[in-house]
Design a protein around this ligand. Structure first.
Ligand SMILES: Nc1nc2c(ncn2[C@@H]2O[C@H](COP(=O)(O)OP(=O)(O)OP(=O)(O)O)[C@@H](O)[C@H]2O)c(=O)[nH]1
Ligand SMILES: [Mg+2]
Length: 365
């Protein structure tokens, strides 16, 4: 009889429907070797999500345990939210483990995006933070040839050791494992995946080669990401499902661009400049005069700008502004939302919710 849910790894229990791991005892006894906890069942079959928390102590115990071994750590980040899903502590947590860094969701970039440019940016970012990785791959979990690349790199680096997938929630660790299992297992694994945070609740162990194992881990919660605060419907609008169509605007100073009601960019001063939006195709991009921007935001957040709803705004907190000097081609990235590429010379003010991380970088495109 199995005692852990195959979808999320949680230890099952038949006592409290409100606690993680609940399964009806009759359902469990009917099929004790192949079952899902109620939460995974609802997520998979009805796309219904219930919030829950991962056990933090257990999470850190696992990190401690891995760091005492020579296991390979496969560190996954979301290519579309590099700054938001980057884990600075990777070096502190795994000082002696080999690390293979995977930049996932590359399918969301235009096919003309140069891998070499993005790789260079990430390598510089790693060097800047004094983080050493043994391998770096840009992939999409949706591409078979990329999964084969990941498999080959894992085999190259793992030696006789186990392999742990690690990273922020929602970067695609479980998706990657399900795809890898097509190569390493007799039967494809069916770990639950979803675009809601904390889908995997505990470690899931999958046989790899020669008595070694591949482990899926619960993701780190990141409350600087916009996606952390959204409900299922809004997430479906914000998270791009296919490649993002960049939209180009030529802005004069004293003009403003809204990204639905999630953020707006005020072009405070400078010569005419090009602003390219890289946000989900379903968000509203709206241009106004700077002098009307604040009023427009307050008046039209629920009609023209559409999202986020009032209840989400309450969770996101107040709006905060940050100013950036632009000289050349820069990206202003808003964690969990996307990024704006500005080409020109001037001052851009970003106004977004105070809890959300905003970063400026050399343009990736
Ligand atoms: N566009 C795109 N979406 C992806 C890719 N890989 C995963 N996703 C989506 O990202 C979301 C999160 O995937 P998961 O595999 O559940 O992420 P996770 O890292 O295991 O998340 P936690 O279990 O919460 O830590 C899902 O909606 C996936 O369909 C990819 O390569 N491209
Ligand atoms: Mg997962």
């Amino acid at each position: 009889m199995k005692t852990r849910c195959e979808g999320c790894g949680i230890k099952i229990q038949t006592v409290d429907p409100k606690k993680p791991g609940y399964i009806d005892s009759e359902v469990y006894l009917k099929n004790p070797d192949n079952f899902l906890c109620e939460r995974c069942f609802n997520l998979k079959h009805y796309n219904k999500y219930s919030e829950t928390e991962i056990d933090e102590k257990k999470f850190y115990d696992n990190i401690d345990k891995i760091s005492k071994t020579n296991a390979l750590v496969v560190y996954v980040v979301d290519g579309f939210d590099l700054e938001g899903t980057f884990v600075d502590k990777i070096k502190e947590w795994f000082p002696k483990n080999k690390v293979l860094m995977i930049v996932n969701k590359f399918d969301l970039f235009l096919s003309s995006t140069k891998q070499s440019k993005v790789k260079k940016y990430i390598s510089d970012m790693l060097a800047d933070k004094d983080i050493h990785v043994s391998g770096l791959l840009l992939i999409s979990s949706k591409k078979e040839e990329d999964i084969e690349k990941v498999f080959r790199e894992i085999i190259r680096l793992k030696g006789d050791e186990d392999v742990y997938l690690f990273g922020v929630t929602n970067v695609g660790k479980s998706t990657l494992i399900n795809e890898l299992s097509k190569i390493v297992c007799e039967k494809k694994t069916d770990i639950t995946i979803s675009n809601m945070p904390s889908t995997t609740l505990d470690v899931i162990k999958i046989p790899l080669l020669d008595h070694t194992y591949l482990y899926d881990m619960p993701g780190i919660i990141n409350d600087h990401q916009m996606t952390y605060y959204l409900d299922k419907n809004t997430l479906n609008k914000v998270l791009p499902k296919k490649y993002i169509k960049p939209k180009t605007f030529q802005l004069n100073e004293k003009q403003t661009l809204f990204i639905s009601g999630f953020a707006y960019f005020n072009y405070l001063e400078g010569d005419k400049a090009s602003f390219v939006t890289n946000f989900s195709n379903e968000l509203v991009i709206h241009r106004t005069k700077l002098e009307n921007a604040k009023d427009f935001f307050e008046k039209h957040i629920d009609d023209i700008l559409l999202y986020p709803s009032e209840s989400i705004r309450c969770k996101l907190g107040k709006m905060k502004s940050q100013k950036f000097m632009i000289d050349g081609k820069k990206d202003i990235a808003i964690s969990g939302l996307g990024f704006l590429t500005v080409h020109g010379k001037g001052i851009v003010e970003v106004v977004t919710y105070e809890k959300i991380k905003v970063a400026i970088r050399e343009s990736l495109l």
